[in-house]
Design a protein around this ligand. Sequence first.
Ligand code: ADE
Length: 415
Amino acid sequence: MNYRINAPKLAEEGKRKIYWAQVHMPVLLNLKEKLLSESPLKGVKFAGCLHVTKETGVLIRTLRDLGADLTWCGCNPLSTQDDVAAALVDEGVSIYASRGVSNEQYYDDIHSAMGIKPNVTIDDGADLTVEMHNSGNLSEVYGGTEETTTGVVRLRAMEKNGKLKYPIMAVNDAETKHDFDNVYGTGQSALDGIIRATNILISGKIVVVSGYGHVGKGIARRAAGHGANVIITEIDPIAALKAKLDGYTVLPMASAAMTGDLFITTTGCKDVIREEHFLKMKNGTILANAGHFNVEISIDTLKSSSVKVKQINQNTTEYELKKGNKLYLIGEGRLVNLVAAEGHPSEVMDMSFANQLLSAIKLIQVKGSLSPAVYNIEKTQDQQIAKAKLESMDINIDTLTEEQHTYLTGFSEGT
Ligand code: ADE
């Protein structure tokens, strides 16, 4: 069998979900329509390791329809939408992804997807790319793409250490990706996950957001929009200053820990909230993570500081500390927007995945000529995607007059 999924019988439900996403992803679909006659991916083998959601379903169908031979696995043990996985398997796609897999099965799924001996890898978090390197079996690879900040950071570290063996397109670093997906996508979907898991009123709460990068900024803005008082914790002085001037309170975690009602980590770093902080927290504090890996909230020390653990619902766990205070962890500290909600809305994934498609085509076009490094996305690709998105929204913008163009490209006109 060329798949491993949880619930094949959910295929029809999954197809209805993918249909709904597709209706909201016009940029990717228009690109596909334009490219169909050329079959630019014909005969190219793809292995994808990216959350199996309805939006990814649209990407997978697009790659397949453009000629790709593909196989896919999840990039997080708790993010797979089992009905979507079933729908894709029903359509003949080779999927290795299930919600709730153990760590061992998670890596088995990655290795199964690698079995295709890919020419192109599509990754989210770099687990597939790292496993490809560990396998040493890179003879057929032209290159890969990376969807997320954490993955790009990891791959740049590999490059710096001379360990990266094939070129990577940093899809995350496209403006039409991180300025939209990370900001508006996570901003909305992280709160969506917390609300679905707890149904708490955000208004009036003290919400502590760790990290004021694109994701932190998006979440802070949405939480403030709900009527929360937002505190930012940071380690970077520039980001901290931006947060302060955007109107938020900036505090070290040691102080924020004592006042926050809801904590959301977005840093990409480990142990951001740890035992010394749990011990200071108020009774009833809620903890969630919106960063790629489940390392930001130190779960091991949360467990070891607790005398009792109780499951409140599928995505909320109560930890009773020795002094009696109860803390609530959402989604086992994994990506809250994908574990407790459906991930980013289709409208932003439209641009992220248009970037994935164009980057993959680029890798195929230049195959063999790029040295192993992490590459930024060209400005022309960003502009093409932004233009297509605006068109799909029926939005017109101005163009420079000839005089304005001359002014902007010249230097002689001053005061
Ligand atoms: N990452 C965040 N949201 C996502 C989604 N809806 N689909 C795939 N990857 C995602």
